[in-house]
Structure formats: C-alpha cells, structure tokens
Design a protein around this ligand. Structure first.
Ligand code: NAD
Ligand code: DAU
Length: 352
C-alpha cells in the first residue's frame, strides 16, 4: 500500500540509512526527507538515491513552527519518523540551549502539526519518535540492563532533552490520542558517522597520526549496534509496533572504550600496513567528560520476541565494514572535517 512518509534528520548519520532503506525497500512509498543541514547533515550521504522517483529532500528547520505547520498543511502524511536532533553529548555540555530548541521545541512543533493534520482521520497514521538509551541514565551493576520500564534518569543536557521529548510524545498520545511509537537505541556505528563521535574520530585521527583522546581512564562502557540494524529495527517498529508502545534496541555488544580503541588501532595498523602497535602509541588519556555516564546496556527482549528483530551484522564484521568504508571514503571525511570543525577536546583544551 502506498504511503507518504516524512523522515526528519534524514541527512544525518542514522537518518540517511533509514531514508535509503525506505526509499529502496518501498518503491510505492513517497519519502520526504526534512533536514536543516546543520554541521551534522550532509546530502552527500544520500547521493546514491537522490534521484529516486519516490524521494524528495526538503530543507527546513523543525524549530520553525510556521514552516512546520505549512509543511503539514500542504502534505497529508501517513507517518512521521522523527530523527532530527542535536545528537552529541559533548556539544550539549558546551551549548545546552541548542538541545532544548531542537530536541524539545522542535519535537513539540512536529507533534502539534501532526495532531492538527491527523485530527479528523488518525486511523493508520503513526508518529515514530527515535530516541536513545541515554534517557535511562547510567548502570553500575554488571547484571543490570535498561528495560522499557526502567525509570528515566537523564544525566547530560543531551539526554535530558531527549527524555523531555520522549515525555512530550507520550503525553500527546495519552492526552490527545496521537498514534505514536518510541524506540530507545544504544550506540550506533557504521558508514557516514560524523567524526566527532568515538569510532569515526579514532579512525580519522589514526589515519592522520593525531592523538587519540580517551576520556578519563577509558573504562566507560557502551553497547554498540551496526547502524543498518538500527534502520532495520525502525522499519519493523514503524510497520508492526504497537500504538503507544516503546521498544529498546541494542546490540548486546558491550565494550569498554579503551578496549574498543585498542581494537581499532590493531585493525587500522593491519589495513594501513603499519607495524603492529604503531597506532596504539597515539592513545592519550585526557580530562574526562563532565558527568560521564559509566555504562549503557540494553535488554532488547521485547523487540526480539514480539516483533522478531535480531541484528544481522556481528561486531567483527560491522567494524571491518566501517573501517573499510572510511578508508575508501576519505574525501567524505575531509569534506566534513575541513572548515572550522574542532573536536570537543580541542575546543575545551586546545590542540595537543
Ligand atoms: P546526527 O547528528 O548525525 O544527525 C542529526 C540530523 O538532524 C542532521 O542531519 C541534522 O542536520 C538534522 N537536524 C539537526 N537539527 C535540526 C533541526 N532543527 N531541524 C531539522 N533538522 C535538524 O544524529 P544521529 O546520530 O544520526 O541521530 C539521529 C537520531 O537518533 C537522534 O534523534 C538521536 O538522538 C537518535 N539516536 C542516536 C544514536 C547514535 O548512536 N547516534 C543512538 C540512539 C538514538
Ligand atoms: O547511547 C546512544 C547515544 O550514543 C546516542 O544517543 C548519542 O546521540 C550518541 O552520540 C552516543 O553517545 P555517546 O556519548 O555514548 O557517544 P560518543 O561517541 O560521544 O562517546 C562514546 C564513548 O567514548 C563515551 O564513553 C565517551 C568516550 N569518548 C568519546 C569521544 C568523542 C572518548 O573517550 N573520547 C572521545 O574523543
């Protein structure tokens, strides 16, 4: 059945993989990609599908209420898949307000527009809010996992803004009957990941023989999922998820940061033909991130058992594909790192 779907943030890392999956998998769907093209948005991520007949890019800002209202007045969407956000924790420490504006106000603008547009005919429509496991806070006990009923305890301005947006989405469901679904996912990795985030930053710095800034003692733990498997989960949840439900998405793949950085160093030495141990010499322990969450880990049983999702790519394969992608797409890396981009560490403490 044909559907008209608005995907927000489709020029970013995860959004571009979601857009590609929907455009190629559902030729009957009309996909509108709404993105403000901030520093994190890059249309080069979608150059392979930009001329597809069922795809349209719309440049616009979700914080602009008039623009959003106008977009919904001119288009009756069957679904919204909302990924547009400020997504980097370190930036939220330097500039929390940008996160309030985009992640909270922007989300509420979309909710209001969808509510108005769908009020006479909500049947079969769906507002899908893509969120993060960081809303649950941090874990200490190695036996603990984030479940859908884990209490919210956001600890950074980023996670507080995502938690607020989740609350608004649920409030619009409970109060106004807006058909919604939410997912909370763990750390993604893969092609097109902006090199301010751990894995692409380390790959880029290894390539350029620059220091590898490991925050604190490198003992924080993250659960890594290949981005294509997140996109697949979003597809399944969008089509089969229950109205008003929440699904956690994760890779059951926990890594201590320092172990992951060492693994990347070994992989890169091999790929670049450097003697083993060369890249690891670049590891530099630096001042810790303020309020740095210790461990995230997801229990994805609900998604696996009720909707039949499972990751398709294991970490070894996913990381190898990711490293190969960055090595074959150095022009992309140069494109996004030229200009005045500086890592958080450099902004705070200067170049080392
Ligand atoms: P990203 O930063 O790579 O991309 C965000 C996109 O949103 C960019 O294309 C940007 O231009 C766009 N955008 C930002 N502000 C906008 C605005 N005001 N109006 C319109 N577009 C705007 O982010 P990502 O890593 O792809 O994350 C996408 C979503 O998934 C976010 O909501 C994030 O919270 C969530 N998420 C990310 C991860 C992860 O590991 N990266 C994990 C779980 C959930
Ligand atoms: O858990 C999901 C979240 O994962 C998403 O919601 C966020 O949008 C996404 O950015 C990511 O957040 P993290 O803060 O976990 O990702 P980041 O890549 O910034 O950092 C991963 C870990 O590596 C974290 O413990 C901090 C550490 N780190 C990061 C950078 C950039 C370093 O040690 N050095 C670095 O230079």
């Amino acid at each position: 059945m044909s559907k008209k779907i608005l995907i927000t943030g489709g020029a970013g890392f995860i959004g571009s993989h979601v857009v590609r999956l929907f455009v190629t998998r559902y030729p009957d769907y009309q996909i509108h990609n709404l993105d403000a093209l901030t520093y994190a948005g890059n249309l080069a991520n979608l150059s392979d599908i930009e001329n597809a007949p069922n795809y349209q890019f719309i440049k616009g800002d979700i914080t602009d209420r008039q623009f959003i209202d106008g977009l919904f007045a001119g288009n009756l969407y069957d679904g919204v898949i909302h990924l547009a956000a400020e997504s980097h924790v370190d930036r939220s420490i330097s500039d929390p307000m940008a996160f309030v504006n985009t992640n909270v106000t922007g989300t509420v603008n979309l909710l209001n527009a969808a509510l108005k547009s769908w009020k006479n005919d909500p049947e079969g429509r769906r507002f899908y809010h893509v969120s993060t496991d960081e809303v649950y806070g941090e874990l200490h006990d190695p036996e603990d996992f984030f479940r859908e009923d884990t209490a919210y305890d956001p600890r950074s301005p980023y996670s507080a803004s995502k938690a607020a947006s989740d609350h608004f989405v649920r409030a619009y469901h409970n109060t106004f009957g807006l058909p919604v679904v939410i997912s909370n996912c763990s750390n993604n990795y893969g092609p097109n990941h902006f090199p301010e985030k751990l894995i692409p930053l380390m790959i880029n710095n290894i390539l350029n023989n620059r220091p590898l800034p490991v925050y604190g003692k490198g003992e924080n733990i993250r659960d890594w999922l290949y981005v294509i498997d997140h996109a697949r989960a979003i597809d399944i949840i969008f089509h089969k998820g229950g109205n008003g439900e929440t699904y956690n998405i994760g890779g059951e793949n926990e890594w201590k940061n320092i172990d992951l950085v060492n693994l990347l160093c070994r992989l890169m030495d091999e790929k670049l033909g450097r003697p083993e141990g060369t890249s690891a010499q670049l590891i530099t322990y630096v001042t810790d991130r303020a309020g740095h969450d210790l461990r995230y880990a997801i229990d994805a049983t609900k998604l696996r058992s009720r909707l039949g999702w499972a990751p398709s790519v294991n970490f070894e394969e996913g990381l190898a594909r990711t490293v190969e992608w960055y090595l074959s797409n150095q022009a992309w890396l140069e494109g996004v790192t030229s200009g005045n981009y500086q890592s958080y560490y450099e902004q705070m403490y200067g170049k080392r």
